[in-house]
Write a protein that binds this ligand. Structure first.
Ligand code: ADP
Ligand code: ZN
Length: 206
């Protein structure tokens, strides 16, 4: 099954993605994670995209599409994949159609008022890639999964969040209509608990 997760920053895509991949046994492909990994390892790509990511803007389409195309050609993707953070604009969506059109696109809808609180309370683990909220883990700097040192992502500050939300509204939100026209969109209510959101997703995926 080829699945795309859509939704505004802070809608819980990453959390749900991990649960979906475990249950349905498909690889989790997060372009944000791939970029962050490249920044951490100071690769050529990482150096190229760091300032863009820190400002909340989109990385260039050509490198992003190339990276996803390459990742989707790996053997673990033959039975499907879960894309998290890609496509993020219409250009990327039409490129994706050329090599691996999705079966289902799940749009996680959240109340925009809650997003800032969700993101500013987010703590990320650079070691295992986990992402947690202080409402659940408390005021700790230790990753509950692997014991690594938690950090606040550079783009999780109020100013950058504003920019990310604006980028989302301008470039990514139009994808909802794009996929609705193709008849593959499914909407879930992202405002409830993690389990409630996951239950709706399982009802869609079967
Ligand atoms: P979010 O928590 O906002 O969903 P991600 O981890 O998915 O964040 O992405 C973080 C940043 O990585 C984006 O703001 C953007 O700079 C870059 N990025 C991720 N995916 C893409 C993409 N498909 N196209 C362009 N830039 C991307
Ligand atoms: Zn960890």
């Amino acid at each position: 099954m080829r699945i795309i997760l859509l939704g505004a920053p802070g809608c819980g895509k990453g959390t749900q993605a991990a649960k979906i991949c475990e249950k349905y046994d498909v690889p989790h492909i997060s372009t944000g994670d791939i970029f962050r990994e490249n920044i951490k390892n100071q690769t050529e790509l990482g150096i190229k995209v760091k300032a863009i990511m820190d400002s909340g803007n989109l990385c260039p389409d050509d490198v992003t599409c190339e990276l996803v195309k390459d990742r989707l050609s790996k053997p673990d993707c033959v039975n499907g994949y879960l894309l998290d953070g890609f496509p993020r604009n219409l250009f990327q969506a039409t490129e994706l159609e050329k090599f691996a059109a999705p079966d289902v696109v799940i749009d996680i809808q959240v109340n925009l008022d809650k997003i800032e609180k969700r993101i500013t309370g987010r703590r990320s683990c650079p070691v295992c890639g986990g992402s947690f909220h202080i409402d659940f883990i408390g005021n700790t700097s230790i990753c509950p999964t692997c014991g690594g040192e938690l950090v606040i992502r550079k783009d999780d500050t109020p100013e950058v969040i504003k920019e990310r939300l604006s980028v989302y509204a301008s470039y990514t939100e139009p994808l909802i209509k794009y996929y609705a026209d193709k008849g593959v969109i499914k909407v879930v209510d992202g405002d409830g608990s993690i389990d409630y959101v996951f239950e709706q997703i399982c009802n869609i995926l079967g």
